[in-house]
Write a protein that binds this ligand. Structure first.
Ligand SMILES: [Zn+2]
Length: 342
């Protein structure tokens, strides 16, 4: 076999092949990607996607420029059927989109086990081709794992847990990049927050690896800085709050000599503003003084501190979207409510 034959073989193997599943005998259009050809039905695609609907309608009247605005190119026929090349889409991603459309059990948006690459592919392609229902479902699936309420967020916030067939920590940046590229605004604050919890070095490395757009990375870094500042302000004001409380908290341990666990905490030299530098909002657990306090304090003082900490955490969380230039939680929750009802 000479070099020319080898090259010829390589070209043959690179030509897209009919897909095993998505090749319906009575299909009436062929879609082409880098890897696969799909023989599918125009009517079903048109029902779900305004972009495909427009593309098919235009190609019916012989407009050769049909659909090019969305990245597709109308081309010649394949076995007598119209052949449309989906420019810039990966074959595997298109498989996920088309199987979601054609196989009712292929994608379940109630599941948290959908592989990450399918979640990302569906968000990107449903947006590009305007499959409204699929886009809504994917966004609702993601937001369940990155909720807008701090109590709900705490329940899922474990980077070592499994999510989308991967470790949760591996999902943050891939999802942020996809959300940003598809203008899925409702997902921004919690995804920015999840990514903010990492060191700057990790943020830059992961953003590069996961293809997070540069503007998105800037917004993340700027927002992270504002979030930290907000966080320090809240933590620093805690000292005054504890000081004031020592006068009217009836410490169980104190008894008649009026020693208070809270006073001990203040005397321990704790600097509340330095609780943490990792933006995780669980700041108190990081501080050895606070750890000692929770181990030794009476129930009254413990309950008081827990209440104050929860209050401070909520104050930081309430302002979270504004740190990243996003609309407030109320606007986001309203939009999510509309999506869930649509
Ligand atoms: Zn006490």
């Amino acid at each position: 076999m000479d070099v020319d034959e080898l090259r010829c073989d390589e070209e043959t193997t690179k030509a897209p092949k009919p897909h095993d599943v998505l090749w319906f005998p009575d299909g009436n259009v062929v879609l082409a990607t880098d890897l696969y050809l799909f023989k599918v039905h125009k009517s079903l695609l048109s029902l779900h996607s305004s972009v495909f609907k427009d593309m098919f309608e235009l190609s019916n009247v012989g407009d050769s420029a049909a659909g090019e605005s969305a990245g597709e190119k109308s081309q010649d026929a394949y076995d007598g059927l119209p052949l449309i090349t989906l420019v810039g889409d990966k074959g595997e991603d298109v498989v996920h989109l088309l199987r979601t459309v054609f196989e009712i059990r292929y994608y379940d948006y109630h599941s948290d086990k959908t592989p990450l690459d399918i979640v990302v592919a569906l968000l990107l392609l449903s947006t590009k081709y305007d499959f409204k229902d699929i886009r809504t479902n994917v966004i609702l699936q993601i937001i369940r794992q990155y909720p807008t309420d701090l109590k709900d967020y705490d329940l899922v916030d474990d980077d070592t847990s499994l999510l989308f067939d991967d470790h949760r920590v591996n999902c943050h940046f891939a999802l942020l990049g996809a959300a940003y590229r598809t203008n899925a605004h409702v997902l921004f604050p919690t995804l920015y927050f999840a990514c903010s919890k990492n060191s700057i070095q990790h943020i830059i490395e992961e953003s590069t690896r996961r293809g997070v757009p540069a503007e998105c990375l800037y917004a993340l870094l700027e927002g992270r800085e504002r979030l930290l500042l907000n966080f320090y302000k809240q933590a620093a004001s805690m000292e005054r709050m504890v000081e004031a409380a020592t006068a009217h908290i009836t410490c169980i341990r104190g008894g008649n000599d009026r020693t208070s666990c809270l006073r001990d905490l203040l005397l321990s030299g704790i600097f509340f503003g330095e609780f943490s530098t990792d933006v995780n909002l669980h700041f108190v657990r990081r501080s050895p003084e606070m750890f000692d306090f929770f181990n030794q304090a009476c129930e009254t003082c413990k309950t008081f501190m827990e209440g104050r900490i929860a209050w401070k955490r909520n104050a930081v969380w309430d302002k979270l979207p504004s740190n990243f230039g996003c609309p407030g939680w109320n606007v986001i929750r309203e939009q999510l409510g509309e999506m869930a009802e649509s």
